[in-house]
Ligand binder design. Sequence first.
Ligand code: F58
Length: 839
Amino acid sequence: AVEASIPEQLRATWRRLAASEFKEKEEFQKAVVRHVETTLARSMYNCDDAAAYAGTALALRDNLVIGWNKTQQNQTFQDPKRVYYLSLEFLMGRALDNAMLNTQVKDVAREGVSELGFRIEDIIDQEHDAALGNGGLGRLAACFLDGLATLNYPGWGYGLRYRYGIFKQEIIDGYQVEVPDYWLDFNPWEFPRHDVVVDIMFYGYVKKDTDENGRTINLWEGGEVVQAIAYDVPVPGYETRTTNNLRLWSSKPASGEFDFQKFNSGDYEGSIRDQQRAETISAVLYPNDNIDAGKELRLKQQYFWVAASLHDIIRRFKKSHRPWQEFPDQVAIQLNDTHPTLAIVELQRILVDVEHLAWDDAWGLVVRTFGYTNHTVLPEALEKWSVPLVQHLLPRHLQIIYDINLFFLQSVERKFPQDREMLSRVSIIEESQPQVLRMAYLAIIGSHKVNGVAELHSDLIKATIFKDFVDIYGPDKFTNVTNGITPRRWLHQANPKLSDLIASKIGGYDFLKNLSLLEGLRDFVDDKEFRREWNEIKLSNKIKLAKYIRDTTSISVNPHSLFDIQVKRIHEYKRQQMNIFGVIHRYLTLKDMTPAERKKQVPRASIFGGKAAPGYWMAKTVIRLINAVGEVVNKDRDIGDLLKVIFIEDYNVSKAELIVPASDISEHISTAGTEASGTSNMKFVLNGGLIIGTMDGANIEITREIGEENIFLLGNLAEDVEELRHRHRYGQVEMDPKLRRVCDEIEKGTFGDPTIYGSLMSALTTGCDYYLVSDDFSSYLATQDLVDEAFRDKDEWATKCINSVASMGFFSADRCINEYADMIWNIEPLNPLASSNVL
Ligand code: F58
């Protein structure tokens, strides 16, 4: 055992000197000042907000690291089954506020910095978001890490340490412009592990050889070698000692790879270029949301990260000298979408080629280890890799994929001997030009469970894209785990006043660990004083957002107007275009009215935010239109406060924390059947906002939980979408007259040169309106009218909001993580103090 390797006397000395966590204000202040003066080499004379942030973060970090080390030691001693969450994206946002709240030192810190001359809010605001993700999928991974740590599960995240996260969005002349997000200048939350490095090989060839028993073996040889170096990020749980680890890999040239040939022949720059090529692998996050780009560098990223992570996982497994048969009893690996699917192939390769297990034994272990989560049914988002590309980059892996496919197809043939077409339908290899690998199929074949992220979505994947696989494996391999969000960040941190009010009513903050306790709010729905405080908090959150909008855009919005918010990635299927068409319709309607009629209308602020993928022209056109409409509407004297249109630049996690608590109504209006789940819908409702939405993704379950009377539903159902699209293709659909009028107005030039919007307009007509905007438009407008009506009755509105919040327990990430732990990972929480005696 590890403890026996160090003499007791030595251990006693270390224990006596061990670092300890601060709890009191003065200890905290000492740590801050020491870091400002020594780590940063500053003094009180040149300590600005940025330096105060750095000092505070470093002081907090000291605390985190102590709990983190103990957690890791505890896990090493107890050696429980661990779960590894493989995700190419972790959209963490800011860490300081979250760390203070989770470790219960925010009050100490607030007072502490205040006596040093700073406001904690200003300090928090200095932090750069860790934006290593595109949208929902990446933020889900971050919420899961919070849930895992809070529930004391031994769980690791594995990802890539991108030098550039998602781009920063600037709006110039109404257009999106992308600016690189270099975020690593000062990042106190990561620890480089120079001792944790893995050599990763690419390219090369496969050599046949014989092993000691005379059996033929395949060896992967030659090729380029790149090094993966680990950077660790502590993930503190809420109100627990458990601080888990997020390990991000960074690429660098392998030592000894420097080309002295080139160097000596005077080509110094050439030799540096080769070095830089290695570093490119982890340089940048691909900025696509729900679209598969198919670039070689992306495939390199995937293999680099998967190979490094598996190497690390296997090294840890080997420490306890268990037989390979126990691997799936010690290790669960969750694939966050198909991006890490090569892990299946890499594990099989290691077991067969390196560890010399028999193929079938190895494959049995592989399948018991992996679980796969699907996040989309959109065909354009399903990953496919060109066979020649894989052949070139990973020749041995391609052979293994062929074998996996062969054995799989043989089993299918045995089961369905008459159905020849089934074989080509379910083959991992698609017979296109060139051939491509269907990564989702490989992920299904190599996993023991496949899950969707909301009920409708899980049903849809079984009925459509994976139908054959349900026939092959039976329905039990497929399951649903409806997404969840962490109430720590999305209520307590983002909306502290609401969290405090709730706590004061339902007996403290236990709801942050057991969200169903929100049910207790029902006892207060009719309590006048409570409702007053509730409304006051919403208003103050709106005032805060209005101030931000004013400071950044010089547009003033009346905080008493109805805040109508749609913030998410810009995508045709999410239908921001339907929202802005609705805004134009509202504008035209207001213009038609007499001043007296206008006076009776509910004033509204339509607030948008979100990034478009840089190559997604249609999405960028939607941004352009929103800004153009704002230009016209916001300065129309007839309109005044009745309608404002705002596009918030560079939507990200920290802005979401400002925006979500300020919403009255938020829009989740995807074409039915296209949004796998959505998670911001949950965040908005949890913060006392209502939602307008389609019967899609988690909206359906939200409706079930909070009641139909508390949500504004619109539009066609998923089951009708196919038929409607068919009618469009055969020209059988008249455009809704109100939408026609909106289009005419755009084409007239009211919002600038109409040719700019040509693609947007023709998508509705010649493009067959694939996202069914014209089919849902009148329902959308009618539902928006209901929203206005409901908002007039402030009392009714508050009742809806309070009752909804009371019903949101189900959407906690903790419920979601417990379901994964139970149904897929088969892991148990680990008592964070279990080894404290030994240590
Ligand atoms: C999102 N997917 C779903 N993908 O669209 C959303 O409905 C769901 O709530 C969320 O996952 C969590 O389950 C998503 O965000 C991406 O951004 C991928 C990034 C990498 C390329 C392909 C899309």
